[in-house]
Ligand binder design. Structure first.
Ligand code: NAD
Ligand code: UGA
Length: 437
């Protein structure tokens, strides 16, 4: 089939490359001409395992091309995936739909009769219905469906090629048939397909993210109680998660969630529920958000206490800048928020990250950065472990102890081997295990 993918960020680039890989002819479209030029040369705008290889292979084969022209896209295909951003609005907690609206407005005048527009962006429930009314006036005979995306950054290619489920919200059998054809290889491999109405599909997405965010904030709330009671949050999490009805995933106590999705999605969902008169039903999401933000403050407070009550004149080495390992994305990164707060309170901070340094520098130009871990930790009075990259688990604690001023570690992700670090000469503290009082 011929497809376009509009908006070639994290979701769009991965979707375009994977759709080419399963045999479709794909035209990726973005308003960012530099991004289109890089993609056309086979260079990914984002760091994702396996993405560069897929891009290079399918750009070379000619099955994957890129352009800035929506008109060219409308001419090329009759199925168009919309993957543009839906960030938080600058003036409220609701989702900013200006990019989705701009794509639909730009595409509609050029659409060929019978075209199907498929939204993948995360949107407030009711968006498909609103856009359907717009399409009915401007492009009769065309249709809009919603097919939310569930990929995780860091494993985006794997998640797209092997999704745990496909959710498709359609208003006609024809749209359902088109989407079943697009995803035929996945369906052939037994991936569950949930065909439903657009409103349910839109809600599945935000409900799933809200549940995962709630799980993280739940365990972080428990970790705060553990600190107060002198209990061990890690063991508690493992023991609670051993119940198959709960499960161990997304139950890691620590600095909490960040990124371009969980924080803005739970806020946008609460705002939309409010508009619908159902705000009371999801009032707990405000608390999920508050607990999450508090983890950042608690980390800074614990760090300050470990340094004797003040950051002034202290050096702090920071391990990690990305919002999670495996990604170079620093949008709403808990690690950078903590690093910035520590610096603002008087410390000299040097941040290391294996992949996200360029993005971090752009987002937080005032912070200090280092290309390797020893440089970030040189003469440090405290080392903060804030993004659990696997490479940090393979550091040599004794070698690192030799470059710092004082071997004092705060593991805010509970991911380092504390006994091994202690053996290497470090005093180790961890969020959820070290009393704050
Ligand atoms: P992104 O910011 O990385 O990419 C958005 C892209 O859209 C950019 O390249 C931008 O230049 C382009 N764009 C903006 N306006 C455009 C226009 N008018 N025409 C063409 N291109 C335009 O965003 P993302 O992280 O890929 O997220 C996209 C959507 O998918 C969001 O709704 C997000 O919530 C959702 N989502 C994201 C993830 C994720 O892991 N990042 C996962 C699932 C769902
Ligand atoms: C998340 C969802 O997992 C995806 O299914 C969804 O498609 C995506 O949001 C989206 O809608 O954008 P992502 O944000 O890429 O994916 O990464 P996650 O692995 O979910 O991690 C999110 C944040 O939670 C990270 O900051 C991570 O460090 C944090 N986290 C995760 C915890 O603090 N504790 C945990 O136990 C798990």
């Amino acid at each position: 089939m011929r497809l376009t993918v509009i908006g070639t960020g994290y979701v769009g680039t991965v979707h375009a490359a994977c759709m080419a890989d399963i045999g479709h002819e794909v035209l990726g479209i973005d308003i960012d001409a530099e991004r289109v030029a890089a993609l056309s040369a086979g260079r990914s705008p984002v760091h994702e395992a396996g993405l560069d290889e897929l891009l290079a292979r399918h750009v070379a084969s000619g099955r994957l091309r890129f352009t800035t022209s929506l008109a060219e896209g409308a001419d090329f295909a009759r199925t168009h995936f919309v993957c543009v951003g839906t960030p938080q609005r600058p003036d409220s907690k609701a989702a900013d739909l200006r990019y989705v609206d701009a794509v639909v407005d730009g595409l509609v005048p050029h659409l060929r009769p019978g075209s199907l527009v498929v939204g993948k962006s995360t949107v407030p429930v009711g968006t498909t219905a609103r856009l359907t009314r717009r399409l009915a006036e401007a492009a009769p005979g065309c249709e809009i469906a919603w097919n939310p995306e569930f990929l995780r950054e860091g494993s985006a290619v794997h998640d797209t090629m092997h999704p745990e489920r496909l959710v498709v919200g359609v208003s006609s059998e024809r749209a359902d048939a088109v989407l079943r054809s697009v995803y035929r290889p996945m369906l052939g491999a037994g991936v569950p397909y949930f065909g439903t109405d657009p409103a349910t599909a839109e809600l599945v997405k935000v409900a799933a993210n809200s549940f995962l965010a709630t799980k993280i904030s739940f365990i972080n709330a428990m970790s705060e109680v553990c600190e107060a009671a002198g209990a061990d949050a890690m063991l508690l999490a493992r023991a609670v998660g051993a119940d198959s009805r709960v499960g161990p995933l997304f139950l890691e106590p620590g600095l909490g969630f960040g990124g371009s999705c969980f924080p803005k999605d739970i806020r946008a969902f609460a705002a939309r529920a409010e508009e619908l008169g159902a705000g009371e039903a999801v009032v707990f999401l405000h608390e999920v958000d508050r607990i999450n933000t508090r983890q950042r403050t608690r980390t800074v407070d614990l760090a300050r206490r470990l340094l004797g009550g003040s950051f002034t004149g202290r050096r702090v080495g920071v391990l990690g800048a990305a919002f999670k390992p495996g990604s170079d994305d620093v949008r709403d990164s808990p690690a950078l928020a903590v690093a910035a707060a520590v610096q603002e309170q008087g410390a000299a901070v040097r941040v290391h990250d294996p992949e996200a340094l360029d993005n971090a520098r752009t987002a937080y130009p005032g912070l200090g950065y280092a290309f390797d871990v020893p440089k970030a930790c040189e003469d440090a009075d405290l080392v903060l472990h804030l993004t659990p990259w696997p490479e940090y688990q393979h550091l040599d604690p004794a070698a690192l102890a030799a470059v710092v001023h004082r071997p004092l570690l705060l593991d805010a992700r509970n991911a380092l081997d504390a006994p091994a670090w202690r053996e290497g000469g470090w005093t180790v503290h961890a969020l959820g295990r070290t009393p704050l009082a």
